[in-house]
Ligand binder design. Structure first.
Ligand code: GUN
Length: 298
């Protein structure tokens, strides 16, 4: 293996440390950032995320508000809760955990969040602000990837970047962020012709398709920097065991060719919650007319 391993777990701990320092300074001004997380239903993966978010929010000195609603919650009740949180001055950030149960309109719910409190950056106002280069709330996972890339390269200007995947949560905002940092950006997806050749042009590859180990070493240009957003659990080798966690990149072959690569687990994953906390801090500073924390925003 020749690639440098990009340690997202360690970097995320640094980000949380910086957030905690800023939160302590805000406390001297009598300000305590608050993050509200809304979970509808009992999706096991979502429950794990939400627990982890709550714990880390408290660890950096913020207030955590958790709202767990039953799976059959009506849209009107959910919208009423979001409205209450929008109006609550103790709440600086609101996150509605996705996916929502099928009877709830995700777009409607997300777009009912006050854009200034939309720490996920999913509200159409924030999507538009990001696309036009204005001050936005930026989705957490792409923000985490950007921080890792900036830390690795310093400047991203002029680099050729291929984002594999076109989701609203990762692929599209990732492409916008790379474009803003003056990369030449291509978005590849399931219908892209000769996708291997497209990926092979890239200095930077961000894989966010949700297909286990799809990107292999022979797709990569020698020395490319590979950011693996995927978290996929393979079927267990034997009954009762837990399947192995793998990314969207085949780590074994890719790490022979890449210059640097994020592992799964321990790469992008821990950056997502760290960036959620960073966004909550940013939202709090903006709401109070204070300077934004340096190095924690896009
Ligand atoms: N579900 C999986 N990832 C996310 C995320 O980043 N934000 C929200 N709100 N839901 C998610």
């Amino acid at each position: 293996m020749s690639a440098e391993i990009i340690d997202g777990k360690a970097f995320a701990a640094e980000v949380r440390g910086k957030v905690a320092e800023h939160v302590a300074k805000l406390a001297e001004k009598g300000i305590k950032p608050g993050l509200a997380v809304v979970l509808v239903g009992e999706d096991p993966a979502s429950q794990v995320y939400v627990r982890s978010k709550g714990k880390q929010t408290v660890e950096v000195g913020m207030e955590s508000f958790e709202h767990k609603l039953p799976a059959d919650t009506s849209e009107a009740d959910l919208l009423a809760l979001v409205d209450k949180l929008n109006k609550d001055p103790a709440v600086n950030g609101i996150l509605v955990q996705l996916p929502l149960p099928g009877h709830l309109n995700e777009d409607l719910v997300i777009n009912s969040i006050d854009p200034a409190k939309d720490v996920d950056g999913f509200h159409i106002s924030n999507v538009g602000l990001l696309a036009t280069g204005q001050k936005a709330m930026v989705p957490c996972t792409p923000l985490g990837c950007l921080m890792l890339l900036r830390d690795h390269f310093g400047s991203l200007s002029g680099k050729s970047a291929v984002v594999v995947g076109r989701s609203n949560i990762v692929g599209k905002p990732m492409a916008q962020l790379l474009l803003r940092d003056s990369c030449t950006v291509t978005i590849a997806h399931s219908r892209t012709k000769d996708i291997e050749d497209v990926v092979k042009q890239a200095d930077i590859v961000v894989a966010a398709v949700g297909r286990p180990e799809m990107v292999t070493g022979d797709w990569l240009k020698k020395g490319a920097v590979v950011i693996d957003v995927g978290i996929n659990r393979l079927p267990p080798a034997e009954e009762g065991a837990k399947g192995k966690l793998v990314g969207d990149v085949d780590f074994a072959s890719a790490s022979e060719v890449a210059g640097a690569i994020t592992p799964v687990p321990g790469g992008v994953g821990p950056m997502t919650i760290a960036c959620l906390l960073a966004n909550t801090l940013t939202a709090t500073c903006r709401a109070n007319g204070l300077d934004e924390p340096e190095g924690l925003t896009a």
